[in-house]
Write a new protein. Structure first.
Length: 132
């Protein structure tokens, strides 16, 4: 039976970009946290690169569809967008649709957060996938 996808924001930084680049299709995260988050195949990831990420500082270069959860992280199919979304648009879009206090971007150590479908759609509104 089909289940409605859930939407999540994940954050990439310089520390793990060699092992897990944003376009690489694996988001490495603590397995215990991933299992407790409820994320699963078919869910959607908004892929945000923080200010330390080389080449995509403070922007969303694409999104991913979760294909599986493995011991090395969340596996996803990467979909780059033609024009990456800047941090100011991401922050405003998510803030407009989230309940107050539901997302604290400055909290370190927890870079996998559930967001609303409306937030996801607002971030990527008007953007096209850069199909290979």
């Amino acid at each position: 039976m089909f289940r409605k996808p859930r939407y999540f924001s994940v954050v990439f930084g310089r520390e793990h970009c060699g092992a897990h680049p944003v376009e690489g299709g694996i988001y490495g995260h603590d397995p215990n946290f991933v299992s407790s988050s409820g994320i699963g195949a078919g869910d959607v990831l908004l892929l945000y690169c923080c200010g330390t990420y080389p080449g995509h500082a403070q922007e969303v270069p694409g999104f991913g569809i979760v294909t599986s959860i493995e011991s090395d992280g969340i596996h996803y199919q990467y979909f780059p967008i033609c024009h990456p979304v800047s941090w100011s648009i991401v922050q405003a879009s998510i803030s407009a649709y989230q309940k107050p206090g539901n997302i604290n971007w400055s909290l370190k150590g927890n870079f996998l957060r559930e967001i609303s479908g409306s937030s996801f759609r607002a971030v990527i509104a008007g953007r096209q996938v850069d199909w290979p």
